[in-house]
Design a protein around this ligand. Structure first.
Ligand SMILES: [Zn+2]
Length: 420
């Protein structure tokens, strides 16, 4: 434990949070009790974490507060700045010497907002994988990062400037293999076109079913998950039938496709915040005209898609698409608020950023739960997020692997004096 925010705390610390309301979305449970942490892992949680279990461990009082697993943002872009012209800025700056520190700052913003794990779904291989490796070992630096590195797309296709390019659908599997060899944690294929690339349209579908299925088989054979950027119905259906683990956006998901997705166990990451941000900023002269036009065309799709997914019982994971036009880093609470507004249940909304998100990023055995053996990634809230999802906006404290980050000064050791 590190109540004062002192980054020198040892990682074999043994400490306990007590008197809290523990929310574990995976089991749909809210229990009064404590969490005992040792070596960065949860060793016990619940009403049984009393004086006997705690022993000589340092005790931090969290009376009346709400403790839940650290949030997981399953979709962002650390290399983009979330301004009016993130793609143009990235292309103008190129991979300049300042990029790694800007990416680290963006990751840190996500952590401060409560995201103890983030997944980058499109950025330069080198800077993405280097930051991922640094963050893996340094729990004080920022959140855990799961990184796709480059996406896979056709030349000139959606996000081609951060893509491993495939000139021909039959080459798709080779591009996926190259990305696996480069060290990608997961594979992202642009199945369709999208908003944030000039000349790209959401109506375009890039790869046929056979190519997508071969790509999925290869990724799974390497123990990696594969997700597809898929906005139109053709692309969504192909991704589902090809055996992809999830789709991003899914703007045209209708009742039929939602039923298919639910039956196949596919996860949908709606990224509603991108749509909301464009709506708020429509008419802003800084937005490139191709983005504004595309956003206007596709403006209502995602809302219907989420409703169809909720009705069909599709698993929904939260992703901000942080970094794209007017979506700043650290906006996961806003995304959850939008999902809640579209009818996702209160506990399901919390699961979308914890237990379901953990499955989506391939770490369901390590994060996203308050249970023995899981990483001590936790957030402490003043109010009950099941009553008001906006309780997530300013966590009292954010802990990754047992270390306290944002808001550390608000958490005081019980009885005083026991803390360092
Ligand atoms: Zn994205």
């Amino acid at each position: 434990m590190n109540p004062g925010g002192n980054p020198s705390a040892p990682d074999n610390d043994r400490w306990a949070l007590v008197g809290a309301n523990l929310i574990d979305p995976a089991t749909h449970s809210v229990r009064r009790g404590g969490v005992l942490i040792e070596g960065g892992l949860i060793v016990a949680a619940g009403p049984d974490v009393g004086p006997d279990a705690i022993g000589t461990a340092e005790v931090v009082a969290a009376a009346g507060r709400y403790v839940m697993p650290g949030l997981i943002d399953t979709h962002l872009h650390l290399a983009f700045d979330g301004g009016p012209r993130p793609v143009e800025r990235y292309l103008e700056d190129g991979i300049d010497p300042g990029l790694p520190s800007r990416m680290a700052d963006a990751a840190r913003m996500a952590l401060d907002s409560g995201a103890t794990t983030i997944r980058d779904l499109g950025g330069p291989d080198g800077a993405s994988f280097e930051l991922r490796d640094r963050l893996l070992h340094d729990r004080l630096l920022g959140p855990r990062l799961v990184a796709a590195g480059l996406v896979v797309a056709p030349p000139g296709g959606h996000c081609h400037f951060i893509a491993r390019l495939t000139a021909d659908p039959t080459d798709l599997v080779d591009a996926v293999r190259a990305q696996l060899d480069a060290g990608a944690d997961c594979i992202k294929v642009m199945v369709t076109g999208g908003v944030h690339t000039p000349g790209s349209s959401s109506a375009d579908t890039y790869y046929d079913l056979a190519a997508l299925a071969a790509a999925a088989d290869l990724a799974h054979g390497h123990g990696r998950r594969i997700t597809g950027h898929a906005t139109n119905t053709t692309g969504i259906e192909r991704a589902i039938l090809a055996g992809f683990d999830s789709i991003q956006h899914g703007s045209a998901l209708d009742d039929r496709l939602a039923g298919l997705a639910a039956a196949r166990g596919l996860i949908v990451v709606p990224t509603l915040g991108t749509h909301a941000a464009m709506k708020e900023h429509l008419g802003d002269p800084g937005i490139p005209t191709y983005v504004a036009a595309a956003a206007e065309r596709g403006s209502v799709g995602k809302v219907h898609a989420v409703r169809a997914a909720v009705t069909a019982g599709v698993s929904i994971a939260a992703g901000t698409d942080g970094g794209v036009t007017f979506v700043g880093h650290g906006a996961l609470a806003r995304e959850l608020e939008l999902l809640r507004e579209q009818g996702l249940g209160a506990m399901a909304t919390l699961a979308a950023a914890t237990s379901i998100a953990a499955i989506e990023v391939g770490l369901a055995d390590r994060i996203g739960r308050i249970a023995p053996g899981y990483d001590a990634d936790l957030i402490v809230l003043e109010r009950d997020p099941l009553v008001d999802i906006r309780a997530l906006v300013r966590p009292v404290a954010v802990m990754r692997g047992g270390f306290t980050h944002a808001g550390a000064a608000l958490l005081q050791p019980a009885g005083g004096g026991a803390g360092r």
